[in-house]
Design a protein around this ligand. Structure first.
Ligand SMILES: C[S@@+](CC[C@H](N)C(=O)[O-])C[C@H]1O[C@@H](n2cnc3c(N)ncnc32)[C@H](O)[C@@H]1O
Length: 434
């Protein structure tokens, strides 16, 4: 991405776009949800549209290439610089190789930013030398493995094999389009034309154009909501029908519960987080759909009803969401997988107790880790002999054929759809009886 001004004297000390990119990158790597908070934050909103776009592109490109960037820096740094200097260097490398910024502007602008801050001023010469040296070395060859943290890549290779792991990791560098779910499937074609979007198998819409979604056709009338193509599959597989009563036990911010309500079912949406449920209520108002929203912990929710269908979109590592949240790759720790797996198995037991005889349970996680997916499904079937897998067929609900496992579950990998989709695991179970 080339900006006006980069052609002339690139080094402007007063450089709000790059300063904002530095803030976004720092926040994204400092804390969970830091990226989303920084992208929504006031300083970014105060920039011109051009500066905002550049700041975002620079920070996101740096996060998407962080694995490669840190390898390049490791080879050129003799000792670890202060954290803020490392952040500046990372932005500089991203500019050099992936943002179409002229090399001199890529270096000068970051050196100027280092000089503008008393905390980094003493490292101007180092920043200058390292970036110039890397610029002379030239762009590194594409290596998908280098995009992922080594421990995660090793897990993916063990779970899916070398070539699938490489294909998964290659998606990390790609910028995703925006996927939307139409409220009414019959409206999908008209919306696709109005939005200049592609209609995907299963009925999601994919829009390449960027910009403020509030201004896109059909937003104000609630004709669609933003939802990744993979995230839209689990609720379709529950196949809720008008007249049925279904519950979504981990519902906020609500994309899947909206789908269930749009299908005509009576929906109870449970979530333990009141602020997240409030976001859901805003979407409900816009779409005119209605659900019974309950703030409660699923395991202890004091409600005696049993349901035709139960959806459990359990809290998870979210390792499958790296396309929009590349920071997740760098904030996860190996111990998170085991911690979340035990939460998931407790939630699955609670979910089982709420399924009517003959009813369905759909379990899903936006994770690539087998302990949160296949491992949970297998252990669940052992603990609950009154449940059996209700196999998913290729194409059902938009499921890519490549994602269907031998057991009839879905292991959605990010490269299973051209243009990508989030990584998910989905299993559908049926309770005996009814
Ligand atoms: C993966 S998100 C759900 C996304 C949602 N289904 C959607 O489609 O928008 C997981 C949700 O589970 C909620 N949660 C975590 N533990 C829970 C529990 N024990 N009981 C109920 N909700 C819980 C979190 O607050 C979070 O909103």
């Amino acid at each position: 991405m080339r900006r006006e001004g980069d052609e002339g004297r690139g080094s402007r000390v007063n450089d709000p776009a790059r300063a904002a990119a530095l803030d976004i990158l720092t926040a994204a790597l400092a804390r969970k949800s830091g990226l989303d908070e920084a992208l929504d934050a006031a300083p970014l909103a105060g920039l011109s549209a051009q500066d905002r776009g550049f700041a975002r592109a620079l920070a996101m490109t740096t996060l998407r290439r962080l694995g490669v960037i840190d390898r390049l820096l490791a080879a050129r740094l003799q000792r670890e610089p202060p954290e803020r200097v490392r952040m500046l260097l990372r932005l500089g490398v991203a500019q050099l190789f992936w943002l179409d910024t002229p090399a001199y502007a890529a270096v000068d602008s970051i050196v100027a930013l280092a000089g503008a801050d008393p905390a980094t001023r003493g490292f101007k010469a180092l920043v200058n030398a390292v970036l110039r040296r890397l610029g002379r070395d030239g762009a590194p060859p594409d290596d998908p493995e280098a995009l992922a943290p080594p421990w995660l890549y090793a897990r993916w290779r063990a779970a899916f094999g070398e070539s699938e792991a490489r294909a998964v990791a290659a998606v990390i560098a790609e910028e995703p389009a925006t996927d939307l779910t139409p409220r009414n499937p019959a409206d999908a074609q008209a919306l696709a034309e109005a939005l200049e979007a592609t209609l995907l198998p299963g009925g999601s819409l994919r829009r390449e154009a960027r910009g403020r979604i509030e201004e896109w056709p059909g937003f104000a009338e609630g004709r669609w909501w933003v939802q990744d193509a993979a995230a839209a599959i689990p609720a379709r597989l529950l196949d809720a029908k008008p007249g049925e009563v279904v519950v979504d036990l981990c519902a906020a911010p609500g994309g899947k519960a909206l789908q269930l309500a749009a299908a005509g079912a009576e929906v109870v949406a449970v979530d333990r987080s009141a602020p997240r449920l409030r976001r859901f209520t805003e979407n409900l108002e816009r779409t005119g759909l209605s659900v019974e929203a309950v703030t409660a912990t699923a395991e202890t929710w004091d409600d005696k009803r049993i349901f035709d269908g139960v959806l459990l979109d359990a809290p998870c590592t979210a390792s499958g969401t790296f396309r929009r949240n590349p920071d997740v790759l760098w904030s996860l720790r190996p111990s998170d997988v085991a911690k979340l797996a035990s939460v998931q198995s407790r939630l699955l037991d609670a979910a089982a107790g709420r399924v009517k005889p003959g009813g369905r349970l759909v379990y899903c996680v936006c994770s690539l880790e087998p302990e949160e997916g296949e491992g949970q499904a297998r252990a669940f079937l052992k603990r609950h002999p009154d449940f059996a897998t209700a196999p998913v067929a290729a194409g059902e609900g938009g499921a890519p054929a490549a994602s269907v496992t031998r057991e009839g579950w879905l292991r959605l990998l990010p490269h299973h759809l051209p243009g990508g989709l989030d990584g998910f695991f989905v299993a559908r179970f049926k309770r005996e009886g009814g």
